[in-house]
Design a protein around this ligand. Structure first.
Ligand code: SF4
Length: 447
């Protein structure tokens, strides 16, 4: 069971020496209790404290890093069962599959897709994460060639899926030092796989017919010195995946034995419907998800879904309040007020750019709330609008005094006019109608 801060504090030296980087032992205890502290930072723990705290203060799900360099990513280290309880921290790595029976040019094409294709959404770059290499030929030499073909194009995180130990060694001899993920150890081969994972510092996927088997195998691997493990829960049955992934997370979060605190690996090739499997993997605890087929539309949907699930539900993605330019606006350009919820900002900006109307966007600080919510919660009001106009010097940028407010903020129009002295035009509720609105309503007379 997880210990509370005061229980942890009782086991600390209580000298407040600050060597851990925290001002007091109590602060250090609080960090450990929230899973954010590092036990190793206190050099004065006795053996008993180290043993008790070691088990109860590590994150309930083991952190595993995959790859090296810019595109490396971390999985695990999650603390809750449902995202609304706190947040999910580490989005799953989506790995595009290649096989060693593919033509090298086809491998290159897929690697370039992962390396170069970026989808920008609410100001964030969304991409696939890496390449999974399958040893379909069962031949170590061909497997090594495929790994080489991937390596020669990009430094991307890799999953090695060898058919046999010789293929694994051949693959690792090429990319072993770039921290690939190895798939997969079982009860028969775990000693050999652990030895290689240890030698290269690689993460290891383990598989067993049941959760109990995985739990037992994880203990055996830990005994071999390998704890950067992932549970392979891929299954031909989506309901079975859902059941086992949910149970594993429940056991992990509640720290109920048997040991289940490891991230989940999900290979969609096992499922009858890879699209449904991808969605299921993102929604329900997949940490590394492998797919061989990903259409452009599915990719877009999947990256959007992943971004939404791994956004802190208590902290919307925000844009810095300010005065933003669309195109090259002059003194007579319209000024459109909106909120600093990123999705609202980028949606409106997209429609304004498409409309080719140079203008100013005045972004008020509404703590990341949408227009409707911020009006209801009083976060968008006449005082905030007045402050924004003054703080961002809007009157110096334009020669007129007309402000276009979002349709959902219409109830504020009178109060904004009174408070600011600016004339208010109520814009549409739907950003998609902004071009038509400006064409009809924005007359030179306003300027
Ligand atoms: Fe306390 Fe250890 Fe931190 Fe010193 S290093 S303040 S003893 S927790």
């Amino acid at each position: 069971m997880a210990l509370k801060a005061l229980d942890i504090y009782k086991l600390l030296p209580k000298t407040n020496c600050k060597e851990c980087g925290d001002p007091t032992c109590l602060t250090f205890a609080m960090k450990l209790a929230s899973g954010k502290g590092d036990l190793e930072k206190c050099p004065y723990l006795d053996e008993n404290a180290r043993r008790v705290l070691g088990a109860s203060t590590r994150p309930p799900i083991q952190k595993v890093k995959i790859g090296v360099g810019e595109r490396s990513f971390t999985v695990g280290e999650e603390f809750v069962l449902f995202r609304h309880e706190k947040t999910f921290y580490h989005p799953p790595g989506i790995m595009l599959g290649v096989t060693d029976t593919m033509d090298p040019s086809a491998i290159t094409e897929r690697v370039l897709q992962v390396r170069d294709e970026v989808m920008v959404r609410v100001g964030m770059d969304l991409r696939l994460n890496g390449i999974a290499i399958r040893n379909e030929s069962r031949d170590p030499g061909k497997f090594a060639d495929a790994v080489n073909a991937v390596e020669s194009v990009a430094d991307l995180p890799e999953v090695l899926i060898p058919d046999n130990p010789a293929s694994l060694e051949a693959g690792l001899s090429i990319c072993g030092h770039y921290r690939p993920l190895i798939h997969a150890a079982d009860h028969n081969n775990y000693k050999d796989f652990c030895a290689l994972a240890k030698k290269y510092g690689a993460g290891l996927v383990i598989r067993a017919p049941s959760l109990e088997g995985l739990s037992e195998l994880s203990t055996l691997c830990a005994g071999e010195g390998v704890t950067a493990l992932l549970f392979d829960l891929s299954s031909p049955s989506p309901s079975e995946y859902l059941r086992s992934a949910t149970l594993a997370r429940q056991y992990a979060i509640t720290r109920t034995p048997p040991p289940m605190g490891y991230p989940v690996y999900c290979d969609t090739a096992c499922f009858p419907d890879s699209g449904a499997a991808l969605v299921l993997g993102v929604l329900k605890y997949g940490s590394v998800i492998v797919t061989d087929h990903l259409s452009a539309s599915m990719k877009k949907a999947l990256l959007t879904l992943r971004q939404n699930i791994y956004t802190d539900p208590q902290k919307p993605i925000q844009i810095t309040p300010g005065l933003y330019r669309v195109g090259n606006p002059g003194k007579d350009a319209p000024v459109l007020l909106t909120v600093n919820f990123s999705l609202t900002y980028f949606t409106l900006q997209g429609y304004l750019e498409a409309a080719r109307v140079p203008c100013f966007m005045l972004i008020a600080d509404t703590e990341g709330m949408s227009v409707l919510t911020s009006v209801a919660a009083g976060k968008l009001n006449e005082t905030v609008v007045k402050e924004s106009l003054t703080r961002f010097g809007v009157d110096k940028e334009v020669s007129h005094r007309t402000l276009i407010i979002p349709g959902y903020a219409a109830p504020l129009s009178g109060r904004i006019e009174e408070e600011t002295g600016w004339k208010v035009l109520v814009g549409p509720r739907d950003a998609a109608e902004i071009a038509e609105f400006l064409e009809k309503e924005w007359k030179p007379a306003h300027a």
